[in-house]
Design a binder for this molecule. Structure first.
Ligand SMILES: C[S@@+](CC[C@H](N)C(=O)[O-])C[C@H]1O[C@@H](n2cnc3c(N)ncnc32)[C@H](O)[C@@H]1O
Length: 240
């Protein structure tokens, strides 16, 4: 699974407007030449995935083909209905939001990348204008919605960047109604420490039993954590 983007894609996508310095940093990062923990490495992770920014990354997240399968897994798990009010945290380019909005009554999302907020807003302008979608700039550790606001929620290809997973899960539980469904599609810890290419050292992955325990402590029931081959982890839970 490619949780962020394929190395090939990153190398081949347009760099117009990105600036030679940024381009060089990305090339260095993709080639695995940046040492984890250094400022340059952290900047590479931010720019490409943790808080994507710049023309080149906007181009990637406009059509993140590698993420399509994870979007479909999330949608299958959520079984959206026209009565749903859907929340997505770390929505990136807003493609999954767009897909969900074909079914749900309304939706909201939060992301801390200004460029992703702009891209997702552009993609979903009609839904925003119609009052069916609210997109917020902010941090997933503090959700700006009241208790019991949503009937379902998703975190896809982003939970590995959450620094305080229990705080984030607590917030998701708070804003979900009783019986609200949650799906998290993320990376599974595996034997290969380089499974996710140059991003590997920056990703937080939890064994299934640790994810289950965190979800239960946050107040979720009917918890199921699956690792359906490869290095993907799919977590389903219901707010109680
Ligand atoms: C790898 S991208 C995935 C985007 C999208 N979910 C997808 O699958 O294409 C991770 C996204 O999560 C956002 N993100 C990461 N940590 C966040 C945080 N603490 N608060 C808000 N957004 C966050 C990033 O800005 C980025 O848009």
């Amino acid at each position: 699974m490619s949780c962020v983007m394929s190395e090939e894609q990153a190398m081949s996508e347009g760099t117009q407007g990105a600036g030679p310095e940024v381009d060089r940093l990305i090339e260095e990062g993709m080639a695995g030449r940046l040492r984890p923990g250094t400022e340059a490495f952290e900047r590479f992770i931010d720019l490409t995935a943790r808080r994507p920014g710049g023309t080149r990354m906007v181009a990637h997240y406009r059509d993140p083909r590698d993420h399509q399968e994870s979007f479909e897994i999330a949608l299958r798990a959520l079984r959206l209905t026209p009565r749903d009010r859907y929340l997505e945290i770390g929505f990136g380019g807003g493609q999954l939001l767009e897909m969900a909005l074909r079914t749900v009554r309304s939706a909201a999302g939060i992301d801390h990348s200004p460029d992703m907020l702009a891209l997702a807003s552009e993609r979903n302008t009609a839904a925003i204008v119609a009052g069916r979608l609210q997109l917020v700039y902010g941090d997933v550790h503090r959700l700006p919605w009241p208790d019991d606001e949503f009937t379902c929620a998703a975190a896809v290809n982003m939970f590995f960047f959450v620094t305080s997973p229990e705080v984030c899960l607590g917030e998701l539980h708070r804003v979900l109604r009783p019986r609200g469904r949650l799906v998290i599609v993320t990376v599974a810890p595996g034997p290969d420490p380089n499974a996710h290419g140059p991003w590997s050292p920056a990703l937080r992955a939890y064994p299934a039993e640790v994810m289950e325990a965190m979800l239960r402590r946050a107040g979720f029931g009917k918890v199921r954590v699956e690792e359906p081959g490869g290095d993907r982890q799919v977590c389903r839970a219901v707010a109680s």
